[in-house]
Write a protein that binds this ligand. Structure first.
Ligand SMILES: C[S@@+](CC[C@H](N)C(=O)[O-])C[C@H]1O[C@@H](n2cnc3c(N)ncnc32)[C@H](O)[C@@H]1O
Length: 320
Protein backbone atom coordinates (compact mmCIF):
# COMPACT_ATOMS: atom_id res chain seq x y z
CA UNK A 1 0.00 0.00 0.00
CA UNK A 2 1.31 3.46 -0.82
CA UNK A 3 1.48 6.48 1.46
CA UNK A 4 -0.89 9.41 0.81
CA UNK A 5 1.79 11.55 -0.84
CA UNK A 6 2.88 8.77 -3.16
CA UNK A 7 -0.72 8.17 -4.12
CA UNK A 8 -1.06 11.84 -5.05
CA UNK A 9 1.97 11.57 -7.26
CA UNK A 10 0.54 8.49 -8.96
CA UNK A 11 -2.80 10.28 -9.51
CA UNK A 12 -1.02 13.42 -10.76
CA UNK A 13 1.08 11.42 -13.19
CA UNK A 14 -1.95 9.53 -14.51
CA UNK A 15 -3.87 12.80 -14.90
CA UNK A 16 -0.98 14.39 -16.79
CA UNK A 17 -0.44 11.32 -19.01
CA UNK A 18 -4.06 10.74 -19.97
CA UNK A 19 -4.61 14.49 -20.59
CA UNK A 20 -1.71 14.60 -23.08
CA UNK A 21 -1.83 14.10 -26.80
CA UNK A 22 -0.75 11.39 -27.48
CA UNK A 23 -1.78 9.83 -24.17
CA UNK A 24 0.90 8.11 -22.09
CA UNK A 25 1.35 6.33 -18.75
CA UNK A 26 4.64 6.17 -16.86
CA UNK A 27 6.26 2.73 -16.85
CA UNK A 28 7.66 3.37 -13.37
CA UNK A 29 4.23 2.33 -12.00
CA UNK A 30 4.31 -1.15 -13.58
CA UNK A 31 5.76 -2.80 -10.48
CA UNK A 32 3.00 -3.42 -7.92
CA UNK A 33 2.84 -6.98 -6.48
CA UNK A 34 1.35 -8.45 -9.63
CA UNK A 35 3.58 -6.34 -11.92
CA UNK A 36 6.72 -7.47 -10.07
CA UNK A 37 5.56 -11.10 -10.35
CA UNK A 38 4.83 -10.70 -14.07
CA UNK A 39 8.22 -9.07 -14.66
CA UNK A 40 9.89 -12.07 -13.02
CA UNK A 41 7.98 -14.25 -15.51
CA UNK A 42 9.12 -12.01 -18.39
CA UNK A 43 12.74 -12.40 -17.28
CA UNK A 44 12.34 -16.19 -17.62
CA UNK A 45 10.82 -16.02 -21.14
CA UNK A 46 12.96 -17.41 -23.99
CA UNK A 47 12.25 -14.22 -25.98
CA UNK A 48 13.53 -11.90 -23.22
CA UNK A 49 17.24 -12.35 -24.02
CA UNK A 50 18.30 -9.34 -21.90
CA UNK A 51 18.28 -11.10 -18.53
CA UNK A 52 20.24 -14.12 -19.77
CA UNK A 53 22.80 -11.86 -21.45
CA UNK A 54 23.43 -9.78 -18.31
CA UNK A 55 23.46 -12.86 -16.11
CA UNK A 56 26.03 -14.46 -18.42
CA UNK A 57 28.26 -11.37 -18.15
CA UNK A 58 28.07 -11.40 -14.33
CA UNK A 59 28.57 -15.17 -14.04
CA UNK A 60 31.41 -15.49 -16.55
CA UNK A 61 33.25 -12.25 -15.78
CA UNK A 62 32.72 -11.78 -12.06
CA UNK A 63 36.49 -11.72 -11.40
CA UNK A 64 37.12 -9.01 -14.00
CA UNK A 65 34.16 -6.99 -12.69
CA UNK A 66 35.42 -7.33 -9.15
CA UNK A 67 38.89 -6.15 -10.20
CA UNK A 68 37.44 -3.13 -11.99
CA UNK A 69 35.30 -2.23 -8.96
CA UNK A 70 37.73 -2.86 -6.15
CA UNK A 71 40.90 -1.47 -7.75
CA UNK A 72 41.71 0.57 -4.67
CA UNK A 73 40.75 -2.10 -2.12
CA UNK A 74 38.88 0.57 -0.10
CA UNK A 75 35.43 0.05 1.44
CA UNK A 76 32.49 1.10 -0.77
CA UNK A 77 28.74 1.57 -0.91
CA UNK A 78 27.13 -0.51 -3.65
CA UNK A 79 24.06 1.55 -4.61
CA UNK A 80 21.59 -0.02 -7.03
CA UNK A 81 19.01 2.16 -8.81
CA UNK A 82 15.77 0.32 -9.67
CA UNK A 83 17.03 -2.91 -8.09
CA UNK A 84 13.92 -5.04 -8.80
CA UNK A 85 14.30 -8.60 -7.50
CA UNK A 86 18.12 -8.44 -7.54
CA UNK A 87 18.56 -11.85 -9.19
CA UNK A 88 21.55 -10.80 -11.26
CA UNK A 89 23.03 -8.54 -8.58
CA UNK A 90 23.12 -11.51 -6.21
CA UNK A 91 25.87 -13.03 -8.41
CA UNK A 92 28.06 -9.96 -7.81
CA UNK A 93 27.16 -9.71 -4.12
CA UNK A 94 28.03 -13.36 -3.57
CA UNK A 95 31.39 -12.89 -5.28
CA UNK A 96 32.24 -9.74 -3.26
CA UNK A 97 31.27 -11.39 0.05
CA UNK A 98 33.48 -14.38 -0.72
CA UNK A 99 36.41 -12.01 -1.08
CA UNK A 100 35.59 -10.44 2.29
CA UNK A 101 35.44 -6.95 0.82
CA UNK A 102 34.01 -4.23 3.09
CA UNK A 103 30.85 -2.97 1.38
CA UNK A 104 27.21 -2.11 2.09
CA UNK A 105 24.44 -2.80 -0.40
CA UNK A 106 21.87 -0.01 -0.86
CA UNK A 107 19.05 -1.06 -3.23
CA UNK A 108 16.70 1.79 -4.25
CA UNK A 109 13.34 1.06 -5.86
CA UNK A 110 10.05 2.89 -6.22
CA UNK A 111 8.21 -0.39 -5.72
CA UNK A 112 7.82 -1.30 -2.04
CA UNK A 113 6.74 -4.79 -3.14
CA UNK A 114 9.91 -5.39 -5.20
CA UNK A 115 12.10 -4.00 -2.42
CA UNK A 116 10.50 -6.17 0.30
CA UNK A 117 10.94 -9.25 -1.86
CA UNK A 118 14.59 -8.42 -2.55
CA UNK A 119 15.42 -7.59 1.08
CA UNK A 120 13.82 -10.81 2.37
CA UNK A 121 15.66 -12.88 -0.22
CA UNK A 122 19.05 -11.24 0.37
CA UNK A 123 18.71 -11.46 4.19
CA UNK A 124 18.14 -15.21 3.86
CA UNK A 125 20.78 -15.74 1.17
CA UNK A 126 23.48 -13.46 2.64
CA UNK A 127 23.06 -13.18 6.45
CA UNK A 128 26.37 -11.27 6.73
CA UNK A 129 25.51 -8.63 4.14
CA UNK A 130 24.94 -5.06 5.33
CA UNK A 131 21.81 -4.06 3.39
CA UNK A 132 20.08 -0.66 3.60
CA UNK A 133 17.02 -0.63 1.31
CA UNK A 134 15.53 2.74 0.31
CA UNK A 135 12.06 3.00 -1.14
CA UNK A 136 11.42 5.91 -3.49
CA UNK A 137 11.93 7.45 -6.88
CA UNK A 138 15.63 7.46 -7.68
CA UNK A 139 15.31 10.97 -9.13
CA UNK A 140 14.30 12.15 -5.67
CA UNK A 141 16.93 10.19 -3.74
CA UNK A 142 19.88 11.51 -5.78
CA UNK A 143 20.44 14.54 -3.56
CA UNK A 144 20.90 12.35 -0.47
CA UNK A 145 23.85 10.63 -2.18
CA UNK A 146 26.18 13.54 -1.45
CA UNK A 147 25.82 13.15 2.31
CA UNK A 148 25.25 9.39 2.45
CA UNK A 149 28.76 8.45 3.63
CA UNK A 150 32.43 9.17 2.95
CA UNK A 151 32.91 5.82 1.28
CA UNK A 152 33.43 5.36 -2.43
CA UNK A 153 30.11 4.91 -4.25
CA UNK A 154 29.69 2.23 -6.90
CA UNK A 155 26.35 2.86 -8.57
CA UNK A 156 24.60 0.05 -10.45
CA UNK A 157 21.94 0.75 -13.06
CA UNK A 158 21.20 -2.67 -14.52
CA UNK A 159 18.63 -4.56 -16.58
CA UNK A 160 18.64 -2.00 -19.40
CA UNK A 161 16.65 0.32 -17.10
CA UNK A 162 18.33 3.22 -18.91
CA UNK A 163 16.50 2.08 -22.05
CA UNK A 164 13.26 3.32 -20.47
CA UNK A 165 14.52 6.90 -20.92
CA UNK A 166 14.63 8.81 -24.18
CA UNK A 167 18.16 9.83 -25.21
CA UNK A 168 17.58 13.38 -23.93
CA UNK A 169 16.24 12.09 -20.59
CA UNK A 170 19.17 9.67 -20.28
CA UNK A 171 21.63 12.53 -20.71
CA UNK A 172 19.85 14.67 -18.10
CA UNK A 173 19.74 11.72 -15.72
CA UNK A 174 23.46 10.99 -16.02
CA UNK A 175 24.30 14.69 -15.59
CA UNK A 176 22.30 14.71 -12.34
CA UNK A 177 24.10 11.58 -11.21
CA UNK A 178 27.48 13.09 -12.10
CA UNK A 179 26.65 16.11 -9.94
CA UNK A 180 26.37 13.93 -6.82
CA UNK A 181 29.38 11.70 -7.56
CA UNK A 182 32.98 12.18 -6.45
CA UNK A 183 36.02 11.67 -8.70
CA UNK A 184 36.65 8.12 -7.47
CA UNK A 185 33.04 6.90 -7.65
CA UNK A 186 31.99 4.48 -10.38
CA UNK A 187 28.87 3.96 -12.47
CA UNK A 188 28.07 0.51 -13.91
CA UNK A 189 25.26 0.49 -16.48
CA UNK A 190 23.49 -2.26 -18.45
CA UNK A 191 22.77 -1.28 -22.07
CA UNK A 192 20.88 -3.41 -24.56
CA UNK A 193 22.65 -3.18 -27.93
CA UNK A 194 21.13 -2.71 -31.40
CA UNK A 195 20.88 -6.06 -33.16
CA UNK A 196 18.62 -8.05 -35.52
CA UNK A 197 15.16 -6.43 -35.19
CA UNK A 198 13.70 -9.98 -35.35
CA UNK A 199 15.46 -10.69 -32.06
CA UNK A 200 14.44 -7.42 -30.40
CA UNK A 201 10.73 -7.25 -31.18
CA UNK A 202 9.65 -10.60 -29.64
CA UNK A 203 11.25 -9.54 -26.33
CA UNK A 204 8.40 -7.00 -26.11
CA UNK A 205 5.72 -9.17 -27.73
CA UNK A 206 6.15 -12.71 -26.43
CA UNK A 207 4.14 -15.67 -27.71
CA UNK A 208 2.54 -16.40 -24.31
CA UNK A 209 1.25 -12.83 -23.93
CA UNK A 210 2.99 -12.20 -20.58
CA UNK A 211 4.24 -8.77 -21.74
CA UNK A 212 0.70 -7.87 -22.81
CA UNK A 213 -0.53 -8.92 -19.35
CA UNK A 214 2.27 -6.86 -17.75
CA UNK A 215 1.14 -3.71 -19.59
CA UNK A 216 -2.57 -4.31 -18.97
CA UNK A 217 -1.83 -4.83 -15.27
CA UNK A 218 -1.16 -1.09 -14.97
CA UNK A 219 -4.81 -0.45 -15.90
CA UNK A 220 -5.86 -2.88 -13.14
CA UNK A 221 -3.59 -1.00 -10.71
CA UNK A 222 -5.11 2.36 -11.70
CA UNK A 223 -8.60 0.87 -11.23
CA UNK A 224 -7.72 -0.42 -7.76
CA UNK A 225 -5.59 2.42 -6.39
CA UNK A 226 -7.13 5.44 -8.11
CA UNK A 227 -10.77 4.31 -8.38
CA UNK A 228 -10.85 4.05 -12.18
CA UNK A 229 -13.09 1.95 -14.42
CA UNK A 230 -10.81 0.80 -17.23
CA UNK A 231 -12.27 -2.26 -18.96
CA UNK A 232 -9.14 -4.26 -19.80
CA UNK A 233 -10.96 -6.29 -22.48
CA UNK A 234 -11.31 -3.08 -24.49
CA UNK A 235 -7.55 -2.42 -24.68
CA UNK A 236 -4.91 -4.45 -26.46
CA UNK A 237 -1.13 -4.46 -26.28
CA UNK A 238 0.96 -3.48 -29.31
CA UNK A 239 4.76 -3.39 -29.56
CA UNK A 240 6.98 -1.94 -32.30
CA UNK A 241 10.69 -1.69 -33.01
CA UNK A 242 12.02 1.16 -35.12
CA UNK A 243 15.50 0.32 -36.44
CA UNK A 244 16.30 3.91 -37.45
CA UNK A 245 16.08 5.35 -33.94
CA UNK A 246 16.79 2.00 -32.24
CA UNK A 247 13.71 2.19 -30.00
CA UNK A 248 11.20 -0.51 -29.08
CA UNK A 249 7.93 1.00 -27.90
CA UNK A 250 4.91 -0.51 -26.17
CA UNK A 251 1.36 0.80 -26.42
CA UNK A 252 -2.10 -0.08 -25.18
CA UNK A 253 -4.64 0.50 -27.93
CA UNK A 254 -8.24 1.44 -27.20
CA UNK A 255 -10.29 -1.07 -29.21
CA UNK A 256 -13.31 1.26 -29.45
CA UNK A 257 -14.47 4.80 -28.65
CA UNK A 258 -14.96 4.83 -24.87
CA UNK A 259 -14.72 6.93 -21.73
CA UNK A 260 -12.80 6.05 -18.56
CA UNK A 261 -13.42 7.67 -15.18
CA UNK A 262 -10.47 8.10 -12.78
CA UNK A 263 -11.93 9.13 -9.41
CA UNK A 264 -8.62 10.16 -7.78
CA UNK A 265 -7.93 12.53 -10.69
CA UNK A 266 -11.57 13.69 -10.61
CA UNK A 267 -11.72 13.37 -14.37
CA UNK A 268 -13.30 11.37 -17.19
CA UNK A 269 -11.06 10.68 -20.18
CA UNK A 270 -12.26 10.09 -23.73
CA UNK A 271 -10.62 7.53 -25.97
CA UNK A 272 -11.17 7.40 -29.74
CA UNK A 273 -11.36 4.01 -31.43
CA UNK A 274 -7.79 2.69 -31.93
CA UNK A 275 -6.25 5.54 -29.97
CA UNK A 276 -2.90 4.49 -28.42
CA UNK A 277 -1.60 5.01 -24.89
CA UNK A 278 2.21 5.11 -25.05
CA UNK A 279 3.44 2.87 -22.21
CA UNK A 280 7.18 2.39 -22.47
CA UNK A 281 10.28 3.02 -24.58
CA UNK A 282 13.13 0.47 -24.58
CA UNK A 283 16.01 2.24 -26.30
CA UNK A 284 18.69 0.07 -27.91
CA UNK A 285 22.22 1.48 -28.11
CA UNK A 286 25.31 1.33 -30.31
CA UNK A 287 28.75 1.65 -28.72
CA UNK A 288 29.08 5.06 -30.37
CA UNK A 289 25.83 6.20 -28.72
CA UNK A 290 27.09 4.97 -25.34
CA UNK A 291 30.45 6.74 -25.73
CA UNK A 292 28.76 9.97 -26.81
CA UNK A 293 26.29 9.77 -23.91
CA UNK A 294 29.11 9.27 -21.38
CA UNK A 295 31.04 12.21 -22.76
CA UNK A 296 28.02 14.51 -22.95
CA UNK A 297 27.18 13.85 -19.30
CA UNK A 298 30.65 14.23 -17.75
CA UNK A 299 31.98 10.65 -17.77
CA UNK A 300 34.38 8.47 -19.72
CA UNK A 301 33.88 4.80 -20.50
CA UNK A 302 36.54 2.84 -18.58
CA UNK A 303 35.51 -0.62 -19.78
CA UNK A 304 32.86 -2.63 -21.64
CA UNK A 305 31.83 -6.16 -20.67
CA UNK A 306 29.95 -8.15 -23.35
CA UNK A 307 27.98 -11.41 -23.44
CA UNK A 308 29.09 -14.11 -25.91
CA UNK A 309 26.53 -13.04 -28.55
CA UNK A 310 27.29 -9.29 -28.24
CA UNK A 311 23.61 -8.67 -27.52
CA UNK A 312 24.24 -6.59 -24.43
CA UNK A 313 26.94 -4.64 -22.64
CA UNK A 314 27.66 -3.60 -19.06
CA UNK A 315 29.63 -0.39 -19.29
CA UNK A 316 31.81 0.96 -16.48
CA UNK A 317 31.96 4.75 -16.36
CA UNK A 318 34.32 7.02 -14.45
CA UNK A 319 33.73 10.72 -13.78
CA UNK A 320 35.75 12.80 -16.23
C1 LIG B 1 12.98 -3.41 -15.58
S1 LIG B 1 13.01 -3.58 -13.83
C2 LIG B 1 14.69 -4.05 -13.65
C3 LIG B 1 15.02 -4.57 -12.33
C4 LIG B 1 16.49 -4.96 -12.12
N1 LIG B 1 17.37 -3.78 -12.23
C5 LIG B 1 16.92 -6.01 -13.10
O1 LIG B 1 17.84 -5.76 -13.86
O2 LIG B 1 16.35 -7.10 -13.09
C6 LIG B 1 12.93 -1.90 -13.34
C7 LIG B 1 12.92 -1.65 -11.82
O3 LIG B 1 13.13 -0.24 -11.62
C8 LIG B 1 12.16 0.27 -10.73
N2 LIG B 1 11.94 1.68 -11.11
C9 LIG B 1 11.44 2.14 -12.29
N3 LIG B 1 11.43 3.50 -12.28
C10 LIG B 1 11.92 3.89 -11.08
C11 LIG B 1 12.16 5.16 -10.47
N4 LIG B 1 11.90 6.30 -11.12
N5 LIG B 1 12.69 5.19 -9.22
C12 LIG B 1 12.99 4.04 -8.55
N6 LIG B 1 12.77 2.80 -9.08
C13 LIG B 1 12.25 2.73 -10.32
C14 LIG B 1 10.95 -0.61 -10.91
O4 LIG B 1 10.11 -0.60 -9.78
C15 LIG B 1 11.59 -1.99 -11.18
O5 LIG B 1 11.80 -2.72 -9.99
Amino acid sequence: MQSATQQNTFADDVLRGLSSNPKFLSSKYFYDDEGSRLFQEIMRLPEYYLTQAELEIFSEQRDEIFQAFAESGAAFDLIELGAGDGTKTSVLVESFLRRQIDFSYIPIDISAEALNFLTGKFNRQFPNLSIQPEQGDYFRTLESFKTKSDKQKIILFLGSNIGNFSLAQAQDFFKSLRAVMNETDLLFIGFDLQKDPHTILPAYDDAQGITAEFNLNLLTRINRELGADFNRQEFSHYASYHPIDGAARSFLISRKAQTVRVEAANKTFEFAAWEPIFMEISQKYTLKMIGDLAQASGFRVAKYFFDSRNFYTNSLWKPE
